[in-house]
Design a protein around this ligand. Structure first.
Ligand code: PMP
Length: 404
């Protein structure tokens, strides 16, 4: 909950784009941080091994599947998801001695040059820069499949497209250094990939000896109902990029990768604030609490309730075209209703109006996806049943207001 200067309460259903899994000012995090600062330990430590860093890494590796963690290395980055992606792309390019990468339609990996090259949205790419070496494949967006199919047929066509791209000697696409993908697309409109699609992608990348880079900047640490979103599909990545929730509300980013890729010379990735101990202390305490309070399971349960209530609202608001997501990462795609000449088309204007009315009604949400038509819900993982009721009431009022 945020209280503005006029004393108005706003339910924060965005939690800083997922960077605040425990909400604002969690008392335990405050206490741990105050104790740490008063202890006189280093606040910034670059690459020094410190107790705070050691405990952080131990905790993170303990949460990762043993199959991955037992062979994993970690690189801390300048504290943003974008820089984590930069590091991951550099790493795989060193390891494979190849440049091209495959990314997906609708992808969002950050705003720095390398990460931006892998972005699907052309808006932020309109700067006079060159973005070469990225080939885009269709993401399994079941609701609005680019092939005019739906359901699992969408998954199949996406995989077939990739298989052909990788195996046809005349596809025009050179052997890539990596496939980089979000397990659930966030900014692209909250689009989850199915477990089957992820497994097929894993098999395909192994067959072709291509490192699989999973961007879990937004999904990592419990948000989607499991500690890491990839776990549900029973796969492991070669490279995992984490940020947002990783620092428990403080800036932190890291790349965790398989030791076989660790061929880049020392010092190939740096960043002055890569050793921010405050973020590591907050991040470690956050991981402790998420694990202790089973907030991943809670995200699954409460997210299920929120999705259910949103579906109920859809019976009164035909503009709710699709309601989807995982755990507490949910999206509502706003469309023109059935009686409209353009029925089914995305309605970014209405989505924006709903977002604004929601804020006036004390609910902070965001929009994303194509034409900005998807209302996005990324509340903190501590959300309760009672909060769900208040969110849905405020949203309902906002939709009615926006439609007037
Ligand atoms: N990857 C994903 C999946 C993201 O959602 C984001 C941020 N929204 C980024 C990378 C970039 O992170 P940052 O904004 O911290 O650079």
């Amino acid at each position: 909950m945020i209280r503005d200067q006029a004393g108005r309460d706003i339910i924060d259903c965005l939690s800083c784009a997922g960077a605040l899994p425990l909400g604002h000012h969690h008392p335990e995090i405050t206490e741990v941080l105050v104790r740490f600062i008063q202890s006189g330990q280093l606040h910034q430590a670059l690459d020094l091994t410190t107790p705070a860093k050691f405990e952080f890494v131990q905790k993170l590796f303990g949460l990762l599947p043993a199959e991955f963690a037992s062979r994993a290395r970690i690189q801390f980055c300048s504290p943003s998801g974008s820089d984590g992606i930069e590091a991951a792309l550099k790493l795989v390019r060193f390891a494979t001695r190849r440049h091209p990468v495959i990314a997906f339609h609708g992808a969002y990996h950050g705003m720095t040059a390398g990460a931006l090259a892998a972005m699907g949205n052309l808006g932020p790419k309109s700067a006079p820069m060159r973005f070469d070496g990225v080939h885009f494949a269709p993401y399994p967006y079941r609701y609005r499949c680019p092939f005019g199919t739906d359901g699992s047929a969408t998954d199949r066509l996406s995989i077939d497209y990739l298989r052909n791209l990788l195996s046809d000697p005349e596809s025009g696409v050179p052997q890539p250094a990596a496939v980089v993908v979000e397990v659930v697309q966030g900014e692209g409109g909250c689009i989850p990939a199915s477990d089957d699609w992820l497994r097929e992608l894993r098999t395909l990348t192994r067959q072709h000896d291509i490192p699989l880079v999973l961007d879990e900047v937004q999904t990592g640490l419990g948000r989607t109902g499991s500690m890491f979103a990839f776990e549900r599909a029973g796969i492991v990545p070669d490279v995992l990029v984490l940020s947002k929730a990783l620092g428990g509300g403080f800036p932190l980013a890291a790349v965790v990768y398989d030791e076989s890729l660790d061929v880049w010379p020392r010092g190939m990735h740096a960043g002055t604030f890569r050793g921010n101990q405050i973020a590591m202390v907050a991040g470690k305490a956050t991981m402790d609490i998420v694990q202790r309070d089973r907030l991943d399971a809670q995200a699954e349960e409460i997210g299920g309730l929120l999705a259910q209530d949103l579906r109920q609202l859809a019976s009164r608001h035909p503009e709710f075209g699709d309601i989807r997501g995982r755990g507490l990462m949910l999206g509502v795609e706003i469309v023109r209703p059935g009686d409209h000449p353009d029925a089914g088309a995305q309605d970014g204007g209405l989505a924006k109006a709903i977002k604004q009315a929601a804020f006036e009604n004390g609910l902070l949400i965001e929009t994303g996806g194509r034409h900005g038509a998807v209302l996005r819900f990324l509340p903190p993982l501590i959300l309760t049943r009672r909060d769900v009721g208040a969110i849905v009431d405020r949203l309902d009022a906002a939709v009615m207001q926006a439609k007037q």
